[in-house]
Design a protein around this ligand. Structure first.
Ligand code: ZN
Length: 291
């Protein structure tokens, strides 16, 4: 890979207004741009959703991180706040799918209420994305890589650039700053920028958690949730779930177990933002991926 390839890197914070870590990091870097400046390329910092941040909400009208599809970006008029933002972001980061003109790498900063530790959510199969993920894995032994091409593929903010991924760190409540998680996100971004500047040789085989399916809460006929994530499942992200192990517990105290034969790993377990999306956790298969 040519070292001249990377011209522009974009760091996005505040995509979700109630995820304060990325929002405050973006503000910090907008005030101190030298911190994210590296040789060989330009680094832009974008604060994605000021309005949602001020209201401490994930979004105003709809999820911005599911709004960056070609269909929405190309639509003639959008009245929804986040659809307008998606079009603005496409001006700053895109044009989406134009690898000649768009940002070479997009780092989108998120946090989760799930106990996922430091993790990357990767939704493309492009080489530089995987080289960067491989490098970060070598630098942070606890880092987990989750490949999710599940819901609304191609509508993530990072899909506006040629390469990139979302950083997800947790567990942290919505609307809260924690110094430890802030520091972890900051260090991850600095290491990533260092890598993009130098493009050191890295392993081309990486351990990743490959998305298999979404699991919804048990519900009644009206769609009301009838059970909670089981206490033994809570906080057990990236741990293997075997047949007959607990998944949910009803309000009466009855345990609902995992019924599939294939053991899978739980991810985004009991993420607060996903109640409205209709899932309680994701299930993933651990694989060795070569690229
Ligand atoms: Zn988020």
């Amino acid at each position: 890979m040519s070292k001249n390839k990377i011209k522009k890197v974009v760091i996005v914070g505040g995509t979700h207004g109630n995820e304060f870590t990325g929002a405050y990091l973006a503000k910090h870097w907008l005030k101190n741009p030298n911190l994210v400046k590296r040789d060989g390329f330009k680094t832009d910092v974008v604060f994605a959703n000021e309005k949602a941040f001020k209201e401490v909400r994930r979004y105003i009208d709809k999820d911005l991180n599911r709004s960056c599809s070609q269909e929405i970006i190309k639509s003639a008029n959008s009245s929804l706040h986040e659809e307008k933002l998606a079009k603005e972001l496409n001006q700053k980061i895109g044009p989406k799918d134009d690898r000649e003109k768009n940002a070479d790498f997009v780092i989108d900063l998120h946090t989760t209420t799930a106990n996922m530790g430091m993790s990357l959510v990767v939704s493309n199969n492009s080489e530089l994305t995987w080289l960067a993920a491989s490098y970060l894995s070598s630098q942070f032994p606890t880092l987990k890589i989750y490949r999710w091409q599940g819901d609304e593929e191609g509508a993530y903010v990072n899909s506006l650039g040629s390469d990139g991924f979302a950083i997800e760190i947790g567990a942290i409540p919505q609307g809260v700053l924690r110094a430890d998680i802030y520091k972890q996100s900051e260090e991850l971004v600095y290491k990533l920028l260092d890598f993009l500047s130098k493009l050191d040789e890295v392993s081309r085989t990486i351990t990743l958690y490959d998305h298999v399916k979404l699991v919804d809460f048990p519900r009644d006929e009206e769609g009301e949730i009838t059970a909670m994530v089981h206490q033994n499942r809570q906080d057990s992200d990236f741990e293997l779930i075997h047949k007959s192990e607990p998944m949910f517990i009803t309000f009466n105290g009855e345990t609902i177990v995992y019924e599939d034969d294939e053991p899978l790993y739980g991810v985004f377990i009991n993420e607060a933002a996903y109640y409205e999306k209709g899932f309680a956790m994701c299930l993933a298969r651990k694989i060795e991926y070569s690229f």
